[in-house]
Design a protein around this ligand. Structure first.
Ligand SMILES: Nc1ncnc2c1ncn2[C@@H]1O[C@H](COP(=O)(O)OP(=O)(O)OP(=O)(O)O)[C@@H](O)[C@H]1O
Ligand SMILES: Cc1ncsc1CCO
Ligand SMILES: [Mg+2]
Length: 282
């Protein structure tokens, strides 16, 4: 009986993920990305191969004209500087005011007080989704200085995503955002429900900016279903993980996985998606 329920749940998720992915391909939502220098290329190519339309528009002078016209915004603090933060804050404020969904990636949030305070400021501007690795979500959720300094050594996680479930729920409740934690199992929560997306391969961690790119993909999925950001975030994580699995069949290492990942995302069809997506309630 329990097996039946699990299979029904997986089938249902397969339909949801395909519906949202099809909408991304059909609508090609315009996604503004204010992101770090490392991630620009992979992030833009991830969005393009998924069917969305990326625009790396950073300059504060352009934001009042451009941001009101986007379908969603992705803010990533990976190479944050005092000169780039005002543009992020301005764009986030516009999105919050105009009810445009926006997604925050708090890369290496505990690397410095400057970065941490910037992330807290951004969280206060009501992101629709916050996506980080386990160390980042734990650091952002528990802002005491002791956990801040020990939570992460930089952009890479030193924690398992499963260890961040309580932190993710806490952060979701405190911020009102959907919180997603990437890892062997990607975890998504609204503070009450917790869903796990089990697709993906470990070698994705050896390609820089795969996390940044899946955050942008979440923005694309949220853009086509603003009313259900939890489903959208789960779906984007599952699609990206599945593209990693399919790419892995042809890859010889991280560099070729990067290429095959983009190809797999571009070519992903309904039958493959429905039969391989692996999402369960946790
Ligand atoms: N052990 C693992 N097994 C399978 N997939 C994984 C594993 N760890 C991470 N992933 C996948 O790799 C992708 C990137 O997640 P990761 O947690 O490495 O992000 P990140 O640390 O923010 O990366 P970056 O900062 O380099 O962009 C996600 O799609 C995630 O599901
Ligand atoms: C390596 C690195 N450093 C700052 S941002 C970034 C990309 C992964 O988050
Ligand atoms: Mg990251």
């Amino acid at each position: 009986m329990e097996d039946n329920n699990i299979n029904t749940e997986k089938l249902q998720w397969g339909k949801t993920v395909w519906k949202l992915f099809s909408q991304v391909r059909l609508q090609s939502p315009l996604i503004q990305c204010i992101t770090n220098f490392v991630s620009m290329d992979l992030m833009a190519n991830t969005l393009l191969s998924a069917g969305a339309s990326p625009a790396m528009v950073h300059s504060i002078e352009e934001i009042p004209d451009f941001t009101p016209r986007v379908s969603a915004l992705c803010i990533n603090v990976g190479t944050l500087s005092p000169s780039s933060l005002p543009a992020m804050i301005t764009a986030a404020k516009i999105c919050s005011q105009l009810n445009i969904p926006w997604v925050l990636d708090p890369v290496a949030v505990s690397a410095s007080s400057f970065r941490f305070d910037a992330c807290v400021q951004l969280v206060c501007l009501k992101p629709t989704v916050i996506r980080g690795n386990a160390s980042e979500i734990i650091a952002l959720a528990y802002s005491s200085s002791s956990s801040r300094s020990s939570a992460t050594k930089g952009a890479d996680s030193t924690h398992d995503s499963m260890d961040a479930i309580e932190a993710a729920k806490f952060l979701a409740q405190a911020s009102g955002a959907i919180v997603a934690v990437s890892g062997a199992t990607d975890i998504v929560t609204d503070g009450k429900r917790v869903v796990g997306a089990h697709n993906g391969v470990a070698l994705l961690q050896k390609i820089t900016a795969t996390g940044c790119s899946v955050t942008a993909l979440i923005a694309a999925f949220v853009a086509v279903d603003k009313s259900n950001a939890l489903d959208a975030a789960v779906s984007a994580l599952a699609v990206f993980g599945l593209a990693g699995e399919l790419g892995m069949k042809m890859a010889k290492g991280p560099a070729s996985l990067r290429m095959h990942l983009i190809d797999a995302l571009y070519g992903l069809d309904e039958a493959t998606l429905q039969s391989h997506v692996n999402i369960t309630s946790l």
